[in-house]
Ligand binder design. Structure first.
Ligand code: AMP
Length: 394
C-alpha cells in the first residue's frame, strides 16, 4: 500500500511517497513559493528529477497538482492505492502524547495550540485540509514534533518561573525534532542489537536547527529545545540558551522592541551572529581553516554547548550506551564530530579517525572496545511518519 508523508510549511509542501510496510521510497518532491510569484514543483522518482513552473495560489492547487502528477507520470496506477496520508505537525502542546488519526476534534486541538507555533501549525492545518478535499475518505494522521518529549518528568519540563504561567499560558519545555529523536534512538538500539527498553542514548540532531535528547529506554527524559525552538545549543542563526535579561538590556540600549531583539536571537545569532561569515557549517569550517578567528569561535562555542549538554544527560540517565550524530551537520561533518568527541574521553570513548570519515551513512565511529559507542545514524522523519500512519489506519 502507498502512504504519503507530508510536511506543509506556510509557502511550501514537501512530500514523500512510500510503499509500506517495506518502507520503499517511491517518489519525493516539494512545491515551493505557494501563494507567491514563481511558484514551482519538483518531483523526483526513478533517478529522475522534473521541475514544473506553475502558479500555485494555495496549498489546494499544490496538492491537486501533486496527485495528478503521480498518476500522469505513471508513478502510481491510480490514486486508489493511496491508503493514508501522514502529516508532520510541529506543535501538539500537552494534548498529544502520540500520533493521532485526524478528525474534526483533532483539527480543533491543533488550532488550539497555534499560538505556541504561529508559523507552523496553521500551515500544517492548511496541508491537512487540502488533502481532505483532494482525497476524501482517505485516512489522515498527525505526527507531532513535540509528542515524543511528552514523557519528560515534570522537573525536566517545568521552568522555575511563577507556576501560574504554566497554568494560564502553558509555559513549559515542549522540545522539538521528536520524530527524528525517536527514529534515531530506535535505530541505534537495532544497530547495537540491544533491547530498546534498556538502551541509554543521547541523540545529537545537529542541522541548521539543532536539538539534543536524552533517550532512556526508548523514552525522552530531557531535550535541549524548550518552550520554543530557540533554546538549547547554538544553531545556524539561533543563539540557543542565553541569560534572558540580555533581551531587555539590548532593547533599552538600542531603543528597540523586545520582538526585534528576539528576531536577532532567532535570525542573526548562532554560527552567523558570532562569525559574521555564514550560518552554514561548511562556510564556517572553510573560513576557520583560513584563520578566521570569529568563525573558529562560533564552531568552538557550539561544540562546548553540545558537550555541556552531554555531561548533563549522562548524569540524568546515570550512564549512556551511545552518543549518536544525525541531521545535516551530524551526518556529514566529520570535523564537527571529532571536535565534540575530543572532549568525551572521560566517558571512556574515543573517536576512530578513519571510521569518522563517513558521510550520510550509518556507522559506529568510536574505536573498537569503547564502552560508550559514538555513532552516525541518518535521520528519517518521513519513514517514522509513514510507520505511525500505517499503525493508526490499521
Ligand atoms: P539540515 O538543517 O539538517 O539540512 O542541516 C543543514 C546544515 O548541514 C548546514 O549547516 C550545512 O552546512 C550542513 N551540511 C550539509 N551537508 C554537509 C556536508 N557535506 N559537510 C558539512 N556540512 C554539511
Amino acid at each position: 500500500m502507498i502512504i504519503l508523508a507530508v510536511n506543509a510549511g506556510s509557502s511550501s509542501l514537501k512530500f514523500q511517497v512510500l510503499k509500506m510496510p517495506d518502507e520503499t521510497l517511491v517518489a519525493s518532491g516539494v512545491c515551493e513559493r505557494i501563494g507567491l510569484d514563481d511558484s514551482n514543483f519538483t518531483l523526483k522518482y526513478d533517478g529522475q528529477k522534473k521541475t514544473f513552473e506553475n502558479p500555485f495560489p494555495t496549498h489546494k492547487e499544490a496538492v491537486d497538482f501533486l496527485l495528478k502528477a503521480l498518476v500522469d507520470e505513471a508513478i502510481l496506477p491510480s490514486l486508489d492505492v493511496i491508503k493514508g496520508v501522514g502529516h508532520r505537525v510541529v506543535h501538539g502542546g500537552e494534548a498529544f502524547k502520540d500520533s493521532v488519526a485526524i478528525d474534526q476534534a483533532v483539527k480543533v486541538a491543533i488550532d488550539d495550540v497555534s499560538d505556541l507555533a504561529p508559523l507552523h501549525n496553521p500551515a500544517n492545518l492548511m496541508g491537512i485540509e487540502a488533502f481532505e478535499k483532494a482525497l476524501p475518505g482517505v485516512p489522515q494522521v498527525a505526527v507531532f514534533d513535540t509528542a515524543f518529549h511528552q514523557t519528560m518528568p515534570k522537573e525536566a519540563y517545568m521552568y522555575a518561573t511563577p507556576y501560574e504561567w504554566y497554568e494560564k499560558y502553558r509555559v513549559r519545555k515542549y522540545g522539538f525534532h521528536g520524530t527524528s529523536h525517536k527514529y534515531v534512538s530506535q535505530r541505534t538500539a537495532e544497530i547495537l542489537g540491544t533491547p530498546l527498553e534498556s538502551t541509554k542514548t543521547i541523540v545529537l540532531h545537529i542541522g541548521n536547527g539543532a536539538s539534543l535528547c536524552a533517550v532512556d529506554g526508548g523514552k525522552s527524559i530531557d531535550t535541549s529545545m524548550g518552550f520554543t525552538p530557540l533554546a538549547g545549543i547554538s544553531m545556524g542563526t539561533r543563539s540557543g540558551d542565553i541569560d534572558p535579561a540580555i533581551i531587555e538590556y539590548i532593547a533599552m540600549k538600542e531603543n528597540r522592541s523586545i520582538q526585534s531583539v528576539l528576531a536577532d536571537l532567532n535570525k542573526r545569532s548562532g554560527y552567523l551572529g558570532l562569525s559574521d561569515v555564514s550560518s552554514d557549517s561548511r562556510d564556517l569550517w572553510a573560513a576557520s581553516d583560513k584563520g578566521n578567528e570569529k568563525a573558529h569561535l562560533a564552531i568552538l562555542k557550539q561544540a562546548k554547548m553540545i558537550v555541556d549538554y552531554i555531561g548533563a544527560y549522562v548524569l540524568a540517565m546515570n550512564g549512556v550506551d551511545a552518543i549518536v550524530f544525525t541531521a545535516g551537520i551530524g551526518e556529514n561533518a566529520p570535523e564537527t564530530r571529532a571536535l565534540v568527541a575530543k572532549r568525551l574521553g572521560f566517558l571512556g570513548t574515543e573517536i576512530d579517525g578513519k571510521k569518522n570519515q563517513v558521510r550520510g551513512e550509518e556507522a559506529i565511529i568510536s574505536k573498537d572496545g569503547a564502552s560508550v559507542k559514538l555513532m552516525v545514524v541518518p535521520t528519517n522523519e518521513e519513514v517514522m511518519i509513514a510507520r505511525d500512519t500505517l499503525r493508526l489506519i490499521g
